[in-house]
Design a protein around this ligand. Structure first.
Ligand code: FAD
Ligand code: S2G
Ligand code: ZN
Length: 488
């Protein structure tokens, strides 16, 4: 990609303008324009993504404290053709949250307040920079739960969650942000404030414009506030972890879980042996089951009555074992064991990251064929002579693993590599995307497009749809300063 030279380069005058607007200290801006050397270390965390795979070289990070400051910043950037990357917790996995070249980083870190909570309706209003786990802890103390949970909860922002339309571990139970978000406040590049911070569950008056910002990945404006409907926090949570002999068995277990657990089912996650072996290798934790199996499922129930729920869950576990659907299983006996079982699912991403390079494919596939992509990819990598899954193997690919949100038909196919080798990418792309397109799946189920998947959108969207999206982009960001080079 070439830098788009329609965008101006930052000058000391621009920085002086932002200093006059925000103030002078490092807490409100990091200025590498007047002294690149001095600022280099402070700029680093804003220039590279969580996977250390994408790196930009911004010279200026701005940290506004209010919607008015965001509006003044964006208007100035728009008037002066300065490109901007909105950044939340910087846990995104498609390179969307870091600059490609020298775009200004607009960090939401300082706009992190919880503003309102109505403990009858469960409506929470917070600033976009509020960390997901902070919001959920605030709600827990009041008997409520945030309707989204994902491994990055300790760092990701609510504004980033909306911007990527994050799915996560409990979408099966709490639905998508498109359904739970009641209103947003956002700022357009020309400084216009989108004041749609409704607290109403229903408001059928005109186009539902807030939906455009959910999943827009910072390309049409900056989300500054969120209003979201939060459910009652379940009094009782339980987790079962079991081993299965085939993916067909896993599908049958899923159908049984929906039938027998029904309204208390809150998560159903699939992991293959490869992914679990990697977590074991990195953490050294004792495996949940004595026996190993090709597949494992983690089933979580959330309800209002612990006895009722654990009786239902143990009856379910007995029945799927009696029917030979599940080969072996265990039930969490307490909160510590529940957390430990979840760690085998939530720890996969870290384990992969710890082992080195990863090719990540976050895809939606019709459930019956969801795991077939892992098998076909593994066969293809092996055929190319690139796979060696022995402990001290020498070939570039150490493992091809699959796991994900079975309830959403969302597979995370991850290829773990020992070192960079151009042949690996050639074997994987466009093979994986064509495989998905043939089955009318999605090449990005929940992580978004960012930089990583931008050029592959055509495998999941028609030209007509992309044209309509570009019309929206052109309407709200006619100069194209918002998160350029990415998305569509
Ligand atoms: P960032 O990474 O900072 O930004 C993401 C995108 O949103 C960028 O394009 C950025 O420009 C834009 N953006 C951020 N804030 C704003 C704002 N206020 N206004 C406008 N645009 C903005 N994702 C899932 O969907 N499901 C998972 O289960 C999941 N698990 C994960 C586990 C781990 C360990 C990690 C590291 C990541 C995981 N992710 C998952 C990916 C990531 O956490 C989500 O995409 C998350 O929603 C990103 O939030 P963030 O605040 O870090 O956003
Ligand atoms: C998950 C995280 C990213 C990945 O764990 O559910 O969304 O592909 C993923 O590991
Ligand atoms: Zn996921």
């Amino acid at each position: 990609i070439k830098r788009d030279d329609r965008f101006a380069r930052l000058t000391p005058d621009h920085v002086a303008h932002f200093r006059s607007l925000l103030g002078d200290s490092n807490s409100v801006l990091i200025d590498g324009v007047t002294d690149a050397e001095a600022a280099a270390d402070d700029l680093e965390p804003f220039n590279s993504d969580w996977m250390r795979k994408y790196r930009g070289h911004t010279q200026l990070v701005l940290k506004p404290a209010s919607t008015a400051e965001v509006s003044q910043i964006l208007k100035y950037c728009n008037d002066n053709m300065l490109a901007v990357v909105p950044q939340g917790g910087n846990t995104g996995l498609v390179g969307g949250s870091v600059p490609v070249f020298d775009e200004i980083v607009l960090s939401m870190n300082r706009m992190s307040q919880i503003l309102e909570f109505d403990d009858v309706s469960g409506t929470l209003v917070a600033e976009a920079g509020c960390i997901l786990e902070v919001a959920d802890q605030y709600l827990a103390a009041r008997g409520y739960i945030f309707p989204l949970d994902l491994g990055a909860k300790g760092s990701c922002h609510i504004g980033g969650n909306l911007s990527t339309n994050a799915g996560g571990l409990r979408l099966l139970r709490y639905g998508s942000l498109h359904g739970t978000v009641l209103g947003i406040e956002a700022v357009l590049p020309d400084g216009t404030v989108v004041d749609d911070l409704s607290r109403l569950r229903k408001n059928n008056t005109g186009y539902d414009l807030k939906q455009l910002f959910i999943g827009a990945e910072g390309t049409i404006g900056v989300i500054t506030k969120v209003s979201i409907q939060c459910p009652q926090r379940p009094a009782a949570q339980n987790v079962a972890f079991f081993g299965l002999e085939s993916y067909e068995h896993a599908q049958r277990a899923f159908r049984e879980a929906k039938g027998q657990l029904s309204e208390i089912l809150s998560a159903f996650e699939l992991m293959d042996e490869g992914s679990q072996a990697l977590v074991h290798r990195v953490t050294g934790f004792k495996r949940p089951l004595e026996s190993t199996h090709p597949f494992y499922c983690l089933v979580e129930t959330s309800g209002s009555n612990a006895d009722h729920d654990s009786e239902k869950l143990s009856t379910f576990l007995e029945s799927v074992m009696d029917k030979g659907i599940v080969a072996d299983g265990t039930l969490a006996q307490d909160e510590t064991q529940l957390r430990a079982l979840w760690a085998w699912r939530e720890g996969i991403t870290e384990a992969l990251g710890h082992l080195g390079g990863v090719f990540k494919y976050d895809v939606s596939i019709p459930l019956a064929q969801m795991y077939q992509l892992v098998e076909d990819t593994r066969a293809r990598v092996a055929e190319a002579g690139l796979l060696d899954d022995s402990a001290d193997g020498t070939h570039p690919v150490r493992a091809v693993v699959g796991y994900g949100h079975m309830g959403d038909s969302n597979l995370h196919l991850n290829i773990s590599t020992r070192r960079f080798d151009p042949r690996v990418e050639k074997v994987l792309e466009p093979f994986v995307y064509e495989w998905i397109a043939k089955r009318q799946g999605s090449i990005s189920a929940e992580h978004g497009l960012g930089l990583a998947k931008k050029k592959y959108i055509g495998y999941s969207r028609s030209e007509g749809m992309v044209r309509l999206m570009k019309q929206i982009k052109g309407l709200y960001d006619p100069k194209g300063i918002m998160n350029p080079y990415k998305y569509i």
